[in-house]
Write a protein that binds this ligand. Structure first.
Ligand SMILES: Cc1cc2nc3c(=O)[nH]c(=O)nc-3n(C[C@H](O)[C@H](O)[C@H](O)COP(=O)(O)O)c2cc1C
Length: 241
């Protein structure tokens, strides 16, 4: 594919086909993504790659946690306390989840949510259907491959910057090979299920997940949220005098 076509055709995929992807292909994609630049070439990221039975275990564990956490959210205060004390429900991710968006960013977030739910045929006030769609994150949208990206905590925001570049390279390399992907902040909510299955140094923090596989031909996979214009992101200059 032409580079610009790869760039323009990549979309977040939220419905994957069961078609398997070989570990060899995933490792080839990771190798391509390792061409990415990074701060002093430190490449401050590690990837937990799950496929097959390991992925199934994580799917069950994370889906269960999400189901228990959302039930708890709707429960009475005493039940909330008991549930929280029981453990395994409260997020134990390394970074705080964003509960309130900055005012100036919120409209784009809302517009994207409305667009996505409308493509999925979910009414705005249908909370059960919205919950079910959110839950799909934790079954990795049925993808046969999932990755959890960890970043070194010694570089602060710069390791997240490097990981972001790495993830984009990975997603573009996947698109170029006919695969689809979805970066998922939702998969950073719980660290312990991933840590139970992979040897992770404490200095590496869970930043983001990524599902990978062949996209199904469904409207949700063609949803393209609106982008800002170049004029909108360019800062006005104070002028030379
Ligand atoms: C860091 C990051 C985290 C994201 N987290 C999620 C997520 O948890 N669930 C989800 O469905 N999409 C997630 N997305 C996908 C975005 O919603 C998507 O990139 C955005 O709406 C633009 O759409 P596009 O990727 O199709 O161009 C994430 C994307 C990024 C880059």
């Amino acid at each position: 594919m032409e580079f610009v076509d790869v760039l323009k055709s990549r979309r977040s995929i939220r419905a994957f086909a069961p078609t398997p992807v070989s570990r060899e292909q995933v490792e080839r994609l990771l190798g391509k993504a390792l061409e990415s630049p990074s701060w002093s070439n430190t490449q401050p990221y590690k990837v937990a790659l799950a496929m097959g039975p390991e992925l199934e275990q994580l799917r069950q564990e994370l889906s269960g946690r999400f189901a228990r956490a959302s039930a708890l959210q709707k429960a009475s205060l005493p039940k909330k306390i008991v549930g929280a004390l029981r453990g395994g429900v409260m997020p134990d991710g390394d970074f705080k989840p964003i509960l309130k968006y900055p005012k100036d960013l919120q409209p784009r977030r809302v517009a994207t949510g409305i667009g996505l739910y409308s493509v999925l045929g979910i009414a705005r006030d249908d909370h059960a259907a919205r919950d079910a769609q959110m839950a799909r994150n934790f079954s990795f949208f049925d993808a046969p491959v999932v990755m959890f990206v960890f970043v070194h905590d010694g570089l602060g925001a710069y390791s997240a910057l490097d990981a972001g570049i790495f993830i984009q390279s990975l997603m573009l390399a996947a698109t170029d090979e006919g695969l689809g992907s979805c970066a998922q902040g939702a998969l950073a909510l719980w660290r312990s299920p991933v840590e139970a299955r992979f040897a992770i140094d404490k200095s590496y923090k869970l930043l983001c997940g990524l599902s990978l596989g062949y996209p199904l031909d469904q409207p949700v996979n063609r949803f393209k949220p609106e982008r800002r214009t170049v004029a909108e992101i360019l800062l006005p200059s104070h002028g030379t005098n």
